[in-house]
Design a protein around this ligand. Structure first.
Ligand code: MG
Length: 392
């Protein structure tokens, strides 16, 4: 047990993503992410211990919601009322509950990402107070069996780049193989079926098997297109087909799993336990087969996320089927802590939040966090200038 810590200040910094990439629906050139710093009263080496978090990738920075609603509510709470968390720090669940005062149920959306950034920063603070990696703190808090020998990881790429020349996909995939990845995910639906089929066949050839290649349509297809593309792709034996239809159209999910043998992946656009319960009730996911990609950083943080996993297990699914969206250090720690099926990585995109620190070990398709305290965001070279800015 270390000294009791109180929150004395909370800051938010909106950081633009670098890199010109797009999937079938979204161009990320205009995207940004909220970096949140939770400053404590505990001093170490002449500096306050600070928890850092962010709201994953893909849903924009949430400075307005954080600065107008969630941060003032937390700062207005009596500091002692937020205590009792891991390592003598504030309790992430209490911080979330206070932040959500006067909020109506439902309508999760951007609010879920804003609160997540704050809640995850509190977990980082807790781990740093205990001078331990965040996965250690989280595994202890949830009584889970962590991955001690690395977590499965795949390279998410195969985007449609501006002015992509023929051969770019092969170069990109060769780079992933060189780095130690053994499986990949690529975007589909941004080109014709014939063009994408050629891209998929090229990837299968390079990876050495269709079970090493997953594809992601980012919710682009209507019901008829989802089914026709699904039928066409089913014969390849791909690892999974991701977001084939609208993420909230559970009927499309049910129709796909009724007809298609390949695993169906979804969940990155579900932001609450109730959304996941609806997927279970109406989407008919297959235990032991289909893939769940909810992301704590987009759905109120680790507390809500752990609840989603409990709901999945109650319905007969296994945590090996859970592979969160968002290839970054926070989700690496969550996957490691909770013993999930694996995580993704964005080796070249979503800078400075995507990807891992050089101290993380990647070998034979598995990745391990470093032993840095917290999420180790300070070790991520391209994030260091932003951390300096938020702490200045
Ligand atoms: Mg996706």
């Amino acid at each position: 047990m270390t000294e009791t810590a109180r929150i004395v200040e909370i800051r938010e910094l909106s950081v633009p993503l670098k890199g010109q990439v797009a999937n079938a629906v979204v161009n990320f050139a205009e995207h940004d992410v909220s970096l949140v710093a939770v400053m404590s009263n505990v001093m170490r080496n002449g500096k306050p211990v600070v928890g850092l978090g962010f709201n994953s990738i893909g849903r924009f920075a949430q400075g307005g919601l954080l600065n107008r609603r969630f941060i003032p509510r937390v700062l207005a709470a009596m500091p002692d009322s937020l205590g009792g968390g891991p390592n003598g720090g504030p309790d992430p669940a209490k911080v979330r509950a206070v932040a959500m005062r006067n909020e109506k149920p439902g309508g999760h959306g951007d609010r879920a990402a804003a609160v997540a950034a704050l809640e995850l920063a509190v977990w980082d603070l807790a781990a740093k107070l205990g001078d331990e990696p965040a996965w250690v703190t989280m595994a202890r808090a949830y009584g889970t069996t962590p991955h001690r020998d690395g977590s499965p990881v795949y390279a998410a790429g195969g985007y449609y780049y501006d002015g992509m020349s023929k051969g770019s996909l092969a170069e990109e995939l060769a780079g992933y193989l060189d780095q130690g990845f053994t499986s990949v995910k690529m975007k589909i639906g941004g080109a014709s079926l014939a063009e994408d089929t050629a891209r998929i066949e090229e990837a299968i050839g390079m990876l050495g098997g269709a079970d090493r290649v997953a594809v992601d349509a980012n919710g682009r297809f209507d019901r008829a297109e989802a089914l026709s593309w699904g039928r066409h792709l089913d014969g390849y034996g791909l690892r999974w087909l991701e977001e084939m239809g609208d993420p909230l159209d559970y009927g499309v999910h049910a129709a796909l799993v009724a007809e298609i043998d390949t695993a169906i992946a979804t969940g990155e656009n579900l932001f609450s336990r109730q959304d996941v319960r609806n997927l279970l009730a109406f989407g008919a996911p297959r235990p032991g087969k289909d893939i769940f990609q909810m992301d704590a950083g987009l759905s109120y943080g680790l507390g809500e996320y752990a609840g989603m996993i409990a709901d999945l297990e109650s319905a007969g699914h296994r945590r090996e089927q859970v592979m969160p969206h968002g290839g970054h250090l926070i989700n690496l720690h969550i996957v490691t802590a909770l013993g999930l099926g694996g995580c993704e990585a964005y080796p070249k995109v979503f800078v400075p939040f995507g990807g891992y620190a050089p101290q993380c070990r990647l070998q034979d398709g598995r990745i391990s966090p470093s032993d840095a305290p917290g999420f180790g965001l300070e070790q991520k070279v391209d994030l260091q200038p932003e951390i300096e800015r938020i702490l200045a």
